[in-house]
Write a protein that binds this ligand. Structure first.
Ligand code: GH3
Ligand code: MG
Ligand code: MG
Length: 351
């Protein structure tokens, strides 16, 4: 495509003698290069910053800012691309060449200029720039791809929340940190109520929409320092560092209300749904490990389901303990009546 052809390289000619500039300009333009010119170092630096050229042909002896200083500045500027500098030295002076190369010049040419030599050096320097730019671009692309990979490795594809593996990593870090500093930490497990019928009635895509919108609601309710992720199919987890159990319950209740009051929309309709939550916090006499913290939240979630759903249950709250007591009593009665004991795991499967 014609639009893809790169324009010819642009050479900035820096020289305080207008005649020198003019012959070099004519020669380079005849060879197809674009040119710009500056009569002193100050102007040269201004032009370089305004619109970086592909190469600088730099005279050393100039008023105000010398060629050496221009070279040093251009090479030291982190926000400029790589611009090859060919220095023009008036004399066959080894000292000046050494100083010029030390200041950052990439090559030099002596005056009076031999134009065939000049063109050869310009071509060679532009080839180096091309390679340099290609390597730099590849490094940038690679860095960007790496960043994207890192992001994907910790993200749940559907909802954009943290995935389970990363949640567990975060929890390990945050729980250790809390224990070390003796700061509270809480965990909330959310599970959408009767989600299977949503899929059955409205289709899997509608179900996916609900998951995405619910994830957004949770993201908004959470603080920046909280970590919210998708723990399983329609289960979510929030890790709340520096948060005592009471405050975590308040948070879960706010999230519950948000969900209850929200109208989820999908292609072809809308629906409402609710979710249940289990909340647990550390420090707690029976919680010494992060797995026990998650287990406690899960037990509380199980009670929230069993007690009618659309509610928040706190680990070892009155409701929680009462439920276990009722269950034990129920189990006892059933045993007395000779019935098979209801296994808690089976009840759990039903949620
Ligand atoms: P409960 O109130 O007891 O939690 O009932 P439930 O129907 O929500 O629970 P159940 O565990 O029986 O069903 C969970 C459903 O979630 C079943 C599964 O199809 C659905 N689900 C899990 N992951 C996804 C997903 O990524 N997309 C969609 N659309 N549905 C999912
Ligand atoms: Mg569910
Ligand atoms: Mg579930």
């Amino acid at each position: 495509m014609a639009g893809d052809v790169a324009p010819p390289p642009r050479v900035l000619i820096v020289d305080d003698h207008p005649d020198n500039v003019e012959v070099i300009r004519a020669r380079l333009e005849a060879s197809g290069y674009r040119t710009a010119s500056a009569a002193d170092g100050e102007e040269a630096l201004r032009l370089v910053r305004e619109d970086p050229p592909d190469l600088i042909l730099l005279d050393v002896m100039m008023p105000k800012v010398s060629g050496m200083e221009v070279a040093r500045e251009v090479k030291a500027s982190k926000d400029l691309p790589f611009i090859p500098i060919i220095m023009q030295t008036a004399l066959e002076s080894t000292e000046m060449k050494v100083e010029g190369l030390g200041a950052g010049a990439d090559d030099y040419i002596t005056k009076p200029i031999n134009f065939a030599e000049l063109e050869a050096r310009v071509r060679s320097m532009l080839r180096i720039k091309e390679l340099h730019d290609a390597v730099e671009k590849r490094e940038r692309d690679l860095a960007r791809a790496n960043l994207e990979l890192q992001r994907m490795a910790i993200t749940d594809g559907l909802t954009g929340l943290l995935n389970r593996r990363h949640l567990e990593e975060r929890l390990r870090e945050m729980f250790d940190h809390s224990q070390r500093l003796h700061e509270p930490i809480s965990v909330v497990l959310f599970d959408i109520d009767h989600f299977k019928p949503v899929n059955d009635t409205h289709g899997h895509q509608a179900g996916d929409e609900v998951l995405k919108q619910l994830a957004d609601l949770l993201r908004h309710v959470a603080r920046d320092i909280d970590r919210v992720g998708r723990y399983g199919g329609e289960e979510f987890m929030a890790i709340l560092p520096g948060t005592v159990l009471d405050a975590a319950v308040t948070f879960a209740e706010r999230a519950r209300q948000e969900v209850e009051g929200y109208e989820f929309t999908f292609d072809g309709g809308s629906l409402r749904c609710t979710m249940s939550s289990g909340v647990a916090g550390w420090p707690h006499p029976r919680i010494g490990h992060r797995d026990e913290l998650v287990k406690a939240a899960d037990d509380a979630l199980y009670v929230a389901k069993a007690r009618g759903r659309n509610r928040v249950v706190r680990f070892e709250s009155a409701e929680f303990n009462e439920h276990l007591k009722d269950q034990d009593a129920g189990a006892g009665e059933r045993v007395e009546r000779g019935e098979r004991e209801v296994d808690r795991g089976i009840v759990q499967d039903a949620r």
